[in-house]
Design a protein around this ligand. Structure first.
Ligand SMILES: Cc1cc2nc3c(=O)[nH]c(=O)nc-3n(C[C@H](O)[C@H](O)[C@H](O)COP(=O)(O)OP(=O)(O)OC[C@H]3O[C@@H](n4cnc5c(N)ncnc54)[C@H](O)[C@@H]3O)c2cc1C
Length: 414
């Protein structure tokens, strides 16, 4: 077979998988990474444990993509979660499935995943060159010819796979440079915005709650026209606003809501298991039993201690009022706080802090069967730089590995 040079730009999971797949088809492959080591974001993933995929069935898996999940059907047909797990297991790495079908290495260390990939790059004969920042793409008549490095050197190749990641955690090397190179070549870029991100809250009292976690609560984000209602789960207050699993999971939809609405707020239901009526009955009982106590002393039966000063500030009831003197109007205020604790959202944290980047190279400009550009021949895309993003749970890494596999195979066999 005649060898052709395939250049893979990037050293993240999508690039490594693309290079391994292309080289294992007998092609000469060079991988260029701007940092001095591979997989810097991969090492951070899953809090250093790497939630590398999810064991859900295909249809449920696709539902976890904020939109555009269907685009991945061809890539998943070629190389899905079972194939990815087998890839690592056959190379001696044991995996385990945790709650919500999240898959991790048994070692609980993302470096184990990276080590398998590095070994496989070596075995497949991929030439890995770190500290090689690609600053331009060379093309002629809509045909790709090569790449230009920051040091002025040109590397020519017949196929280029761009796998340069999104726009967050830029210290890991992904800062949207690759996306901008794609734009320069005429690809449409969907606006970049943060995914899987905490939110900033307007109310000043939020600072008093920093570090407090609320368990078994439910959230409703709203702009009065659209409601985003979460499951029951955990919320974490930060110095600037709200975070935690419920917030991060809902964040992509909330970011979209913030995109089109000026006024977005969240209501926290601290008692999702109780209707307003049942809660009122419970309050009546509590006030009767504690008739001689101050309201302030009774509140610890209803909410975490750290929330009480904020409650008193928001609801405005005299904390020293005797429980026997609490009126219906007071009870209505208490219920409003417990069922609809209102916070105004002033925005999301900056894209740099997103666990994933939303937007990127438009899917309209990529052939889903090959990952080849529809604008420039011989150019392929994979990983987070394309307009695909998902929930937490291993879905984003699977998308990176699957699109990388398909891009590598298509570039090698085309
Ligand atoms: C804190 C954190 C935790 C995460 N945890 C998980 C998790 O547990 N499970 C999950 O599924 N997802 C997780 N993600 C998301 C997941 O890590 C990414 O979606 C995934 O790494 C994307 O892979 P990629 O190969 O497309 O891009 P990246 O991993 O970002 O790799 C891109 C690479 O390209 C290089 N590069 C960029 N530009 C150039 C250039 N011009 N020239 C040469 N090289 C260049 C960069 O240096 C980088 O090494 C997490 C993300 C973060 C930030």
């Amino acid at each position: 077979m005649q060898k052709k040079k395939i250049i893979v730009v990037g050293g993240g999971p999508s690039a490594m998988m693309a290079a391994i797949r292309a080289a294992s088809s007998g092609q000469e492959v060079i991988l260029l990474e701007r940092k001095n080591s591979l997989g810097n974001k991969l090492l951070l993933s899953g809090k250093g444990r790497c939630n590398l995929t999810n064991a859900e069935e295909l249809e449920q898996f696709l539902e976890r993509f904020s939109k555009n999940g269907d685009f991945l059907r061809d890539a998943f047909k070629k190389f899905f979660n079972q194939e990815l797990m087998r890839f690592f297991q056959e190379r001696g790495l044991k995996l385990k499935i945790e709650r919500q079908m999240r898959v991790f290495p048994v070692t609980d260390r993302s470096v184990s995943i990276l080590n398998v990939l590095k070994k496989e790059l070596d075995k497949a004969g991929v030439q890995v060159v770190c500290q090689s920042k690609v600053v331009d793409l060379i093309f002629e008549n809509r045909l790709i010819k090569g790449v230009r490095l920051e040091n002025g050197q040109d590397i020519l190749g017949e196929r280029i796979i761009l796998a340069t990641g999104g726009a967050s955690y830029s210290f890991t090397g992904s800062d949207a440079l690759g996306i901008n190179l794609a734009r320069k070549l005429g690809h449409k870029i969907e606006p970049l915005r943060a995914g899987l991100i905490p939110f900033i809250v307007k109310q000043d009292f939020i600072k008093k709650l920093e570090g407090l976690t609320l368990h078994n609560i439910k959230l409703k984000f709203s702009d009065d026209l659209t409601d985003i209602i979460t499951d029951i789960g955990e919320l974490l207050f930060t110095a600037f606003g709200i975070s935690g699993p419920l917030v991060i999971t809902a964040s992509s939809k909330v970011v979209d809501l913030l995109f089109k609405s000026k006024k977005v707020y969240v209501e926290i239901d601290l008692k999702p298991g109780l209707s307003v009526e049942l809660l009122d009955n419970r309050l009546l009982r509590e006030f009767k039993v504690n008739a001689k106590k101050n309201l302030k002393n009774m509140l610890k039966n209803l909410m975490p201690l750290r929330l009480i000063p904020v409650f008193l500030q928001v609801v405005g009831i005299d904390p020293f009022k005797k429980c026997s003197q609490i009126t219906q109007k007071d009870r209505e205020g208490i219920i409003r706080f417990l069922k609809n604790f209102h916070l105004d959202i002033s925005g999301a944290r900056p894209i740099e802090e997103g666990m994933v980047t939303r937007g990127g190279v438009s899917l309209k400009d990529i052939n889903p069967r090959t990952m080849e550009s529809r604008v420039v021949k011989g150019l392929y895309f994979c990983g987070e730089m394309i307009d695909i993003d998902a929930d937490t749970g291993g879905f984003n890494l699977q998308a990176a590995f699957s699109t990388g596999y398909l891009a590598g195979e298509s570039a090698a066999l085309s």
